[in-house]
Design a protein around this ligand. Structure first.
Ligand code: ADP
Ligand code: MG
Length: 378
């Protein structure tokens, strides 16, 4: 008798969870980001008894309830959505973590590890900063120097750090370029000290948000959240599935029409989806009409011109996805696809070229939907 009653109760809870997910939960998920599509209605439980049985150990009466918080940090707008009965504590902890990491990484915070490295030339790094600097040095090696956190003097020269944009002279460019090169950074593992060469300055802007979204996923998991999605300035990372068990639907933004319009759609579960685009931060030189954006090719000191307008990386590893989105944008499609084939890192990619054509690596074939005219690279 007891067992039957317990079974019935669990069954009712399971159904309640499913019906809520289509009304409240997924509606909120749609609000989290410009690139995250509003979720549709959840599939009703197909095999009622089966779902009741499998949900026994983990059933959460609030599984379908979600909340979203908004944070302005790391020079961008963030939206964090979490579902389930632990969502409130999890979101509060995530907010604390974002602010803590911002204080460690940001060039805009005077006391951050990175600002201190830039002003003092040598600094003992906190464990997380050390991790990101090491990842960045690995990427520098793996990308033949295209991913280079020492491009900061160039960012400054072009005015991307102050919004006082200007096209520098060739001699100014040469002087700033002379300071660039991660091979001249030295890191001592024994005392966790990073030392810059004279005049050098670093910036983790191409990798920090991806690391942060990955950390948020860890915090959500530690708090018992099983379903969540965050958008850090359009960089998305998802935990699990939507509360109704279906995949998250992520829209890739049209690089030409600007914010909001979607040109490709992906079904995503438990992955980071991180885009670098030439449309995100740029200015137009009034005299020549030429446009300059914030992804710098360390070989030229100028905005990368590779024929691409947007590169999206899909990976389990948020920091890697972020670092690679910047790197592959600079490479251009041919070199980027060779890099993917080399298998050094585990990821998939979606490219949009200047003609608006979309290309994907084969691993995205099963995730892309509602996207006409895609070329699968082979
Ligand atoms: P966003 O920050 O807009 O999401 P990215 O992830 O592509 O875009 O990072 C761009 C930022 O990375 C720039 O604002 C700059 O701080 C830094 N950056 C620019 N060029 C490079 C490069 N070649 N290697 C590493 N970091 C770079
Ligand atoms: Mg990046």
């Amino acid at each position: 008798m007891k067992r039957a009653a317990a079974f019935l109760l669990i069954f009712i809870l399971a159904l309640a969870g499913c019906s809520n997910s289509s009304s409240q939960g997924s509606g909120k998920a749609g609000e989290t980001a410009g690139t995250a599509e509003t979720g549709g209605a959840g599939e009703p439980a197909a095999e009622e008894t089966q779902s009741a049985v499998t949900l026994v150990p983990e059933q959460d009466p609030e599984a379908a309830l979600g909340d979203t918080i908004y944070i302005s940090s790391m020079d961008t707008e963030m939206a964090l959505t979490a579902y389930g009965s632990h969502r409130t504590e999890a979101l509060a902890a995530a907010r604390d973590e974002v602010l803590r990491l911002n204080d460690l990484f940001s060039v805009g915070v005077e006391t951050s590890d990175i600002s201190r490295a830039n002003t003092e030339g040598s600094v003992v790094l906190a464990p997380e900063t050390e991790l990101l600097v090491r990842d960045s040095l690995d990427l520098y090696e793996a990308t033949g120097g295209l991913f280079d956190i020492t491009v900061y003097p160039l960012m400054d020269l072009w005015g991307f750090t102050t919004q006082n944009f200007k096209v520098p002279s060739e001699s100014e460019l040469a002087a700033a370029l002379a300071l660039v090169g991660s091979d001249r950074l030295s890191f001592s593992e024994n005392d966790h000290t990073l030392t810059l060469d004279k005049g050098q300055a670093i910036d983790l802007g191409a990798i920090a948000k991806g690391y942060t979204s990955a950390r948020i996923m860890d915090i959500f998991r530690e708090h018992g959240v099983q379903s969540a999605m965050v958008s850090l300035g359009g960089n998305i990372q998802c935990l699990g599935t939507k509360p109704d068990g279906s995949a998250w639907r992520i829209g890739i933004q049209d690089p030409v029409s600007g914010r909001g319009e979607t040109v490709a759609k992906l079904h995503i579960t438990d992955l980071a989806v991180i885009t670098s685009g030439s449309y995100e931060r740029y200015f137009t030189d009034k005299e020549t009409g030429e446009t300059y954006h914030h992804i710098i090719d360390p070989r030229t000191g100028k905005s990368a011109r590779s024929g691409l307008t947007s590169v999206t990386i899909v990976s389990r590893d948020g920091a890697l996805a972020d670092g690679l989105s910047t790197s592959l944008f600079i490479m251009g499609i041919d070199e980027a696809f060779r890099f993917w084939k080399s298998g050094v890192y585990d990821f998939e990619a979606l490219f949009i070229d200047e003609g608006g054509h979309i290309y994907i690596t084969p691993g995205l074939s099963g995730m892309i939907y509602d996207t006409p005219g895609v070329t699968v690279l082979e």
